[in-house]
Design a protein around this ligand. Structure first.
Ligand code: GDP
Length: 294
């Protein structure tokens, strides 16, 4: 496992002496490399620093494990800690028998509308009666884009009108649900290119009216360092319940996932793996841990 990194560490550790337990000097030398690897994978600087401190504390004095050398032992500890930090095992959003309202939030371009369509397809295939709400009044064409996706999936869509208040949206949604029962309502909310106060106010207002059971932040894996700030700000204002990491099919190594998860402590439920409606997978912490280590 991660032979290149393990061997590289072993070369470094051989220079500081071989012991049956990991020494402080060995761990320090190895952690310089680990921190570099994390930063190369675009993990936020502070997150990388905290992570390394946590593993170092556990590693010093640890027995060198059976068939592994010191370098491999450290790589295994780092890998295990990465999996743990990323959430351990794949997790799923809470789904009640009915009355599920999910809020999709995120910056413009993160893949919010696309992910909304993907979730509709995913849960429709599981037998859910899905309704999409096109509430991204910010990006021109976002509502039409969602309507196209809804038609492709074969689920209805309720489009929020320009100038509609959150109260009016709630009333229209309630009226719609009386006519046409739906057990999962997924709301594509407004995004902006950057975080700003007006956007957060708008989201918080709609959230207080619709009382979503899940508020999911869509984060672009390519965002790198900025993922931490985005996740932190959204979580502080609209109290996220989970995360979706998009564009994992690209070159990004997954640092954004680690940063967003670390700073919010919220589970990552899905990865986006293509532009297509079928490009949605459960988020597997072990796979992403491997990818972060390279
Ligand atoms: P929004 O502004 O957050 O609603 O973003 P969109 O849903 O319109 O997505 C922005 C762009 O990213 C579009 O070109 C999508 O096709 C693309 N996109 C979204 N998710 C993924 C993904 O998981 N993988 C890839 N490769 N592209 C994606």
């Amino acid at each position: 496992m991660f032979e290149a990194l393990g061997n590289k560490l072993q070369d470094i550790l051989d220079r500081v002496g071989r012991e049956s337990k990991l020494t402080d000097t060995q761990v320090k030398a190895a952690m310089r490399e680990i921190r570099m690897a994390l930063l190369e994978a675009d993990v936020n600087f502070t997150v990388a620093k905290d992570f390394v401190a946590r593993v170092s504390e556990k590693a010093v004095g640890q027995d060198v494990l059976g068939s592994l050398n010191a370098g491999q032992t450290i790589v295994k500890m780092v890998h295990d800690e990465l999996i743990e930090t990323l959430g351990g095992q794949a997790a799923q959003p809470t789904l009640k028998t009915e009355g599920n309202v999910w809020f999709m939030v995120g910056l413009q371009g993160a893949g919010k509308t696309t992910s909304t369509g993907k979730l509709a397809a995913h849960y429709k295939a599981k037998g859910r009666r899905v309704l999409l709400v096109a509430a991204d009044t910010q990006r021109p064409a976002a509502r039409d884009q969602l309507e196209v996706l809804a038609n492709q999936v074969g689920v209805p869509v309720l489009k929020v009108a320009d100038g509609e208040t959150p109260q009016q949206t709630r009333a229209r949604l309630e009226a719609h649900l009386k006519e046409d029962f739906r057990d999962l309502v997924i709301v594509d909310t407004a995004g902006r290119l950057q975080i700003d106060a007006a956007l957060m106010d708008q989201l918080a207002d709609l959230q207080s009216q619709l009382q979503p059971s899940e508020t999911l932040l869509v984060v672009d894996a390519m965002t790198g360092q900025e993922a931490l700030n985005v996740a932190q700000t959204f979580d502080a204002r609209v109290n996220l319940s989970g995360l979706i990491i998009t564009k994992m099919d690209g070159d990004a190594r997954g640092g954004a996932a680690l940063s967003a998860r670390s700073v919010t402590g919220k589970p990552i439920y899905f990865s986006g793996t293509s532009e297509k409606l079928s490009g949605l997978e459960p988020f597997y912490p072990d796979r992403v841990a491997g990818r972060i280590l390279g």
